[in-house]
Write a protein that binds this ligand. Sequence first.
Ligand code: AMP
Length: 282
Amino acid sequence: MSTRPSVYRTASEVAEARAQMSRQGESLAFVPTMGFLHRGHLSLIAEARRRCRRTAVSIFVNPLQFGPSEDLARYPRDLEGDIDKCAGAGADLIFCPTVEELYPPGFQTQVEVTELSKGLCGEHRPGHFRGVATVVLKLFNLLSPDAAIFGEKDYQQLSIVRQMARDLGLRLEIVGCPIVREDDGLAMSSRNSGLDPSERRQATSLYRALGVARHRFAAGERDPSVLTATAIEVMAQAGARPEYAELRDGRTLQTVNQAERGQRLLVAAHVGRTRLIDNVEL
Ligand code: AMP
């Protein structure tokens, strides 16, 4: 039987709880989330538990990473359900601050990972990754984790956090975990809850598009623009509105001239009012 996790709402309380753990010599693995938890998040908590003695989860819908045209208010929330899921997954500590707690009046500092934030989602969501880097660094500072666990679902985000940790000399390990999918391949996402039944069917086209492109690569196609055009076509034919399909170096996220194994194929598309992303390794 796991005990209920401790739930903290203020920065000072959670920092003190972490200090107490440190005094007892306990290591901490941290899973930052925006809540409305699903099995993808739970896989990160499981990885956190494998890595450290204690596990912390943050649940915070970060307004800094939403653009003015993006509907922050529409983001799904279920704090009580999330706390139960964290308890079931064996998390020890939950940090669920209010917006005012993390960004009190007068807050004005932001962190920008300049190059990696350009292109892909960064091109379509200006300021998004600045908001991500800022909240992640603030959470790292409050929780002083030994490891932080992120999903490859948000591949550009994972690359940006790794870069930030390297550039700023953060003393923690950044761990990436594979994408958890529904049976039909759709990458799990809190945003999937906003899809109606016909949109839910269209949403499967992202993973299908990646699969078709990967198939063409396996059959010998090496031109990145052919592979990405294939992916765009599959999504568009299903009724999704593709935003991008791109082939990038798996480590640097640089564009590539020739398709090779180990590179990353990334897509984004709108389905109804919902924006979805996915990626696979070539
Ligand atoms: P979010 O709550 O969407 O901000 O996601 C919090 C963390 O969970 C991020 O590191 C995501 O990459 C990760 N995540 C979200 N969906 C999945 C998934 N389907 N599989 C694995 N990790 C995921």
